[in-house]
Write a protein that binds this ligand. Structure first.
Ligand code: GDP
Length: 297
């Protein structure tokens, strides 16, 4: 299935109602805007985001001078495209690297969202940028998670620092960074424990790890399939521990688009990277304009 296919189809319903119309007016915009609103809600975009979006598209569409040679339905497509790009943060948000010394990237996220996979994908991505990388196994509650990280690390040819399950994650993270410094490694990716739900112990641990390694990036890994819930999670983690952005996983699945369209607007934090599969090479930067283009078909 095409990514966000349902959303694409919903939008098409809106354009189709403007066929043969000479100019966009308040009256002939009512039905199409209702379709757009419905399409966004069905894609699980957060309600306040939908409201603001519909409002600003309507304002712009009605206020737009007739552009010679551009049909009203195409004018609306263009306005929606622009507003979608804005909604997703406008520009691409590159990863930030430390000005001097190694860059530490701290990864957080609930269990099952694809955090371990992202660690390895990120290492692979960084290698392609010409940066050396080390993974630090900070999920001490599940021995299987450490093993999985080691296997994936080997797959992408990146060392994995671990001290088993008996040492505190903040200590492991600190030691891992020291080790990486000695080896002159460019980027250290610290994996942390996820839980099924947000709880105080997880947040406290993340705060400790963050304090111990002073990361340049703190990225929350969220599952695109969770829709607007992903945006709520980013908001909570940002308030609790302070994050620099999000990584959206499982965009290859049949997610409806709610997460991609809500995260920035709801949380104020950008989506920096997206994962679209189980292979190591399918993590890429998030380009709002490309995403808008895909949605509009
Ligand atoms: P963690 O519990 O957050 O560390 O999650 P894992 O990295 O173990 O991933 C959980 C499951 O999701 C595994 O079966 C992964 O193969 C799968 N997975 C991770 N990222 C993606 C993705 O982008 N797309 C798809 N389809 N599956 C993914």
């Amino acid at each position: 299935a095409e990514m966000f296919g349902q959303l694409t189809t919903g939008f098409e319903t809106a354009w189709n109602k403007l066929r043969g119309v000479d100019v966009l007016t308040k009256e002939n915009m009512v039905e199409p805007m209702r379709d757009i609103r419905r399409a966004l809600l069905e894609a699980d975009v957060s309600l306040p985001v939908v409201r603001r979006f519909v409002q600003s598209v309507t304002d712009r569409a009605i206020g737009t001078d007739v552009i010679r040679g551009v049909k009203p339905d195409q004018q609306l497509v263009k306005i929606v495209r622009d507003e979608l790009v804005q909604l997703m943060g406008g520009e691409v948000s590159d990863l930030v690297f430390a000005k001097s010394g190694p860059t530490v990237i701290l990864l957080a996220g609930l269990q099952g969202v694809g955090k371990t996979t992202v660690c390895a994908k990120l290492a692979f991505y960084l290698k392609k940028l010409g940066k050396s990388c080390m993974l630090v196994a900070g999920d001490v509650y599940r021995p299987a998670a450490i093993d999985q990280l080691k296997i994936l690390g080997e797959q992408v040819g990146v060392p994995v620092y671990s001290e088993g399950t008996d040492v505190k994650p903040s200590q492991i993270a600190r030691n891992g960074v020291e080790e990486a410094k000695k080896k002159k490694i460019d980027v250290i990716v610290v994996d942390t424990a996820g839980r099924l739900q947000i709880d105080k112990a997880m947040m406290d641990e993340l705060k400790e790890v963050k304090k111990a390694v002073n990361p340049t990036e703190v990225l929350l890994v969220v599952d695109a399939m969770t829709g607007q819930e992903a945006a709520a999670l980013v908001t909570t983690f940002n308030i609790e521990i302070g994050i620099t952005g999000a990584i959206l996983t499982k965009l290859d699945g049949d997610s409806r688009g709610g997460a991609a369209l809500s995260v920035k607007e709801v949380s104020g934090k950008p989506i920096k990277l997206v994962g679209r599969g189980e292979k190591m090479d399918d993590l890429e930067l998030f380009y709002p304009d490309r995403m808008a283009g895909r949605i509009l078909g």
